[in-house]
Design a protein around this ligand. Structure first.
Ligand SMILES: [Zn+2]
Length: 411
């Protein structure tokens, strides 16, 4: 067996026991502490109390699902791997391009590198939109709970998933979609015992329910039970998140929205500037495509400064950066972001035009993400970790470094 694998400039030690990296979608730290306080998550409680290592890390900006899942499995920020949202705008063709396809991924993954070196690797994701990116050039098992009934040996490295998991294929808008990921992960660890297992859930519950609510605590109790099983099976577990989640509405329950396309149309003339919301994807019912991050393409790059200042003065805006500033500060690929990058405050989201957002699916007041206010995420390990510099800025994409290089191994 090889001893070290170098991927994207970092060297990872070969695992001495199975490593499970879990990305709990939308896991604001308070979900964990509230579930622990309510007695719903005893395993996580023991980790926080010192039986493991509990850190707080920064996710990558924008605080969205795909950029962060890809950062976790590549160990690098979007400036290197290229996936900076669900969409980017190609000014040459004038088209909005979806980034679900691995051809937009600019580097290889840690999962692929280990599988190609002979490790047994398995990936289970809740939504199918991530499957191809996560499984890019990887051999082994890779499937989504959303399409578990369609998994084949040829395409996914596994078949009869439903029969093995013992659950029907859940709705894409359900807590069960994530539960399926965990139950399948435990079954794999019992039978196939992969060397590396990557589990990625969906934030359906976090979009609906605040930390400490019965619905949220039940969800974390489910996670806790399954983590305890993986722990009992001898795996090293690193749990992190793609982003946090916050309430984005006023006291009246209505979302606080800045319709930035409408605003720019009023200032500059209709459709002169173009607002892109990289949160937009085929599953927008639970957030109405509203998040705290937007890209703006301007007709006159020379007018950047003036436009930036004017947008920054809008109520609810936290930060406006030029392309170069955003590429540097947020580690973003400069060819896939706008002339301006706009971030709104914790309680505010950015939309395009009022008539382009269908909010009829929002049956509870809006909770969402995308901004700096959702950047802090948990980074928990069920092992002790060698001493690190006090000032180290932990990132969620340090997950594999932690699980393979920094955990203390029995001598
Ligand atoms: Zn997410």
């Amino acid at each position: 067996m090889p001893t070290d694998i170098t991927v994207n400039g970092r060297t990872y030690r070969w695992m001495d026991r199975p490593l499970v990296v879990v990305c709990v979608d939308g896991c604001q730290y308070e979900y964990i502490t509230a579930a622990v306080a309510a007695g719903a998550a005893p395993f996580l409680g023991r980790l926080l109390a010192g039986a493991g290592t509990s850190l707080i890390a920064d996710c990558v900006m924008p605080s969205f699902t795909n950029p962060n899942n890809l950062s976790i499995v590549t160990g690098v920020p979007p400036s290197v791997h290229g996936i900076c949202g669900n969409y980017f705008f190609d000014p040459e063709s004038g088209e909005e391009v979806m980034m679900n396809d691995p051809r937009h991924l600019r580097v290889g993954t840690i999962l692929a590198a280990f599988s190609n070196a002979g490790a047994k690797v398995a990936v289970i994701t809740a939504k199918d939109k991530l499957r191809k990116l996560l499984g890019h050039r990887m051999t082994g098992i890779c499937f989504s709970s959303e399409k578990a009934d369609q998994a084949t040996l040829a395409e996914n490295g596994i078949e009869n998933v439903q029969g093995r998991v013992g659950m029907p294929v859940p709705s894409v808008y359900s807590a069960e979609l994530s539960e399926f990921v965990f139950v399948a992960g435990v079954k794999l660890m019992e039978r196939e015992r992969p060397d590396l297992l990557y589990l990625s859930t969906t934030d359906y519950i976090q979009h609906k329910a605040a930390p400490g609510t019965p619905v949220a605590n039940d969800f974390y109790a489910m996670i806790d039970r399954n983590l305890a099983r993986l722990d009992a099976l001898g795996a090293t577990i690193v749990l992190t998140a793609d982003h946090g989640m916050n309430a984005k509405h006023g006291d009246d329950g209505q979302p606080n929205v800045i319709y930035l396309q409408d605003t720019l149309d009023a200032w500059l003339g209709a459709s002169k500037a173009r607002v892109i919301l990289p949160i937009t994807d085929p599953y927008v019912v639970h957030h109405g495509a509203l998040g705290s991050f937007a890209l703006v393409y301007l007709p006159e790059p020379a007018a950047q400064r003036a436009a930036a200042e004017r947008i920054a003065a809008l109520r609810g805006i936290e930060m406006v950066l030029t392309r170069a500033e955003a590429a540097a500060k947020f580690e973003l690929p400069s060819d896939r972001i706008g002339d301006l990058v706009v971030v709104s405050r914790l309680d505010t989201v950015i939309g395009t035009s009022r008539d382009r957002h269908d909010l009829s699916g929002l049956d509870v007041p809006l909770r969402s993400h995308g901004g700096l206010s959702e950047q802090k995420v948990p980074l928990l390990v069920n092992r002790s970790v060698s001493k690190q510099p006090e000032a180290r800025r932990w990132r969620n994409f340090d997950a594999f470094d932690l699980g393979l290089n920094l955990v203390t191994r029995p001598s």
